[in-house]
Design a binder for this molecule. Structure first.
Ligand SMILES: [Zn+2]
Length: 87
């Protein structure tokens, strides 16, 4: 049973590029959509909600950063990880 082993890798965060908002801020909060699950579809038989992470909003101006923009950053982190394993 492997449930996505969290590989640890050491990266100097100061070396990584931050996602920069057009307003200049690099601080973001996660943004979620809240999906309603009707009782009929819910495993518990009770209506519920599911939080779906859809992106992030800038803490300074509230601009929305899409998952695509964020995954560009994640790609770079993966790249660093691969390089580390390689050496
Ligand atoms: Zn902003």
């Amino acid at each position: 049973m492997s449930n996505g082993t969290q590989q640890k890798f050491s990266v100097d965060l100061s070396q990584l590029e931050s996602l920069v908002c057009p307003c200049g801020s690099t601080l973001y909060q996660k943004a979620h959509e809240i999906k309603r699950v009707p009782a009929l579809l819910s495993p518990t038989g009770k209506s519920a909600v599911i939080w779906v992470e859809v992106g992030a909003v800038c803490c300074a101006c509230g601009s929305f950063a899409t998952m695509q923009q964020i995954s560009e950053t994640e790609k770079q982190i993966k790249l660093v990880e691969t390089t580390e394993v390689d050496s």
